[in-house]
Write a protein that binds this ligand. Structure first.
Ligand SMILES: Nc1ncnc2c1ncn2[C@@H]1O[C@H](COP(=O)(O)OP(=O)(O)OP(=O)(O)O)[C@@H](O)[C@H]1O
Ligand SMILES: [Mg+2]
Length: 394
């Protein structure tokens, strides 16, 4: 075994003695290299950069004596190698206290044999190594415990998030099936009542038709908002809405027009400038998007001004275009940068007639089809919204 030692000893005679003892200790299996300094300050300076494996410290130095010497050294050198203190014959008590202050061992000067010195140093080194290993082990297990606690917290959080999403899914399903469907049925019942009145031949009693028509309008509006809210919530969780499928365009247009209240349907002019009968689309979402564009065009332009739904196609690259135009007052330029954001509503939007979800959904649906959308003014006044949905490969 070999070790590099620092001896802090101000008495030259004692220093020489220790050096001689160490040389003799080689015979007991301990080879050492020794550096000697004679003040605590010099010792501190030598120890700070590291490199020594053990310190032999005389407790009575010019700047400090007794236990204080140990304490000052420990404070000044954070990563102190193992310490063996050297005491005189009369201060053995202090040496014992030094053990409590962190020294590994003590030797009483004048009473040490080379073999005892070798053993003391070897034990000090061994104990220090064992302590170090234990400290590392403790630190590692503390780190592991922290890590485990953090993981448990994250797992707990994602578990409660999953539970929340599950609950939300159930609520959405409840709204979709238990609320939307009955609303549709009630709307259809109202329509039948109005049809029956119209077909009765005789004039309906005064005051019957307007409230029924109003109820129908309110119903259409509630259904529209419910559809948008459900779609917005579902689009957030993404997936599960199916990939685009071959969709019959006439059927899609018929469904969209069917979603528009009967009193407004007459204002919609249809223009199909495309030879395509079918297109690759996600029909439910596209129906919702087109319905929103038409409802906006109708809502933000005065009746009986017409609105137009135009379907076009282009070859290079292949894409299908949906264009909805109106003759309203147009969209304020200041609103345009955020008009596709969730919740954006213009100054012309009447409270209780929407939630600023329409164009947000249109944009999401366009994105899901990897399409593009632009809003342009319809000169001299009005709005054109043009949506391109790529078709064919790529
Ligand atoms: N065709 C249009 N003409 C004029 N303004 C429009 C038109 N379309 C949308 N806007 C403006 O953009 C805003 C956002 O439209 P969006 O469809 O997202 O919400 P909304 O119609 O207010 O409410 P919701 O669609 O939820 O019923 C509207 O409040 C309106 O100010
Ligand atoms: Mg809208």
């Amino acid at each position: 075994m070999s070790a590099s030692l620092l001896l802090i000893e101000d008495n030259p005679g004692d220093a020489r003695l220790i050096a001689a003892l160490l040389e003799d200790a080689a015979a007991f299996g301990l080879a050492t290299t020794l550096v000697t300094v004679d003040t605590l300050a010099a010792g501190i300076e030598r120890l700070r950069p590291g490199g020594f494996e053990l310190v032999l410290l005389d407790l009575g130095l010019p700047e400090s004596s007794g236990l204080e010497t140990v304490q000052r050294l420990r404070t000044a050198v954070p990563r102190l190698p193992p310490l063996v203190v050297l005491s005189g014959l009369n201060d053995e008590d202090v040496a014992v206290q030094a053990l409590q202050a962190g020294a590994q061992d003590y030797l009483v000067k004048g009473r040490v044999e080379p073999s005892a010195l070798a053993r003391a140093i070897r034990y000090a080194l061994g104990r220090h190594q064992a302590e170090q290993a234990l400290k590392n082990e403790l630190e590692r297990s503390r780190e592991l415990a922290t890590e485990r606690a953090a993981r448990a917290r994250v797992e707990g959080e994602s578990e409660s998030l999953r539970r929340l999403l599950d609950e939300r899914d159930q609520l959405l399903r409840l709204l979709a099936h238990e609320v939307r469907q009955p609303l549709h049925n009630a709307g259809a019942a109202l329509q039948s009542a109005l049809d029956a009145i119209a077909g009765a031949g005789t004039a309906a009693p005064p005051g019957v038709q307007p409230p029924l028509q109003h109820a129908q309008q309110v119903m259409a509006h509630v259904i529209g908002t419910l559809n948008n809210a459900l779609a917005a919530a579902l689009l957030l969780t993404a997936g599960g809405h199916g990939v685009p499928v071959d969709t019959d365009l006439d059927t899609l247009v018929a469904l969209v027009l069917g979603d528009i209240g009967p009193e407004d349907r007459g204002r919609v002019a249809l223009s199909i400038d495309s030879g395509l009968r079918t297109a690759q689309l996600q029909p439910t979402l596209m129906r919702l998007a087109l319905c929103n564009l038409l409802v906006n065009a109708l809502k933000y332009s005065p009746a009986p001004a017409p609105v137009q739904l135009r379907i076009v196609d282009r070859d290079d690259p292949p894409a299908l275009g949906f264009e909805v135009s109106d003759l309203g007052s147009g969209i304020d330029a200041a609103l345009l940068p955020t008009v596709f954001d969730r919740g954006t509503r213009g100054p012309d939007a009447r409270p209780g007639t929407g939630a600023g979800l329409g164009l947000y959904i249109v944009r999401q649906v366009t994105d899901m089809h990897r399409g593009s959308i632009v809003i342009e003014p319809n000169l001299p006044h009005g709005t054109i919204v043009r949506m391109w949905i790529p078709q064919g490969e790529g």
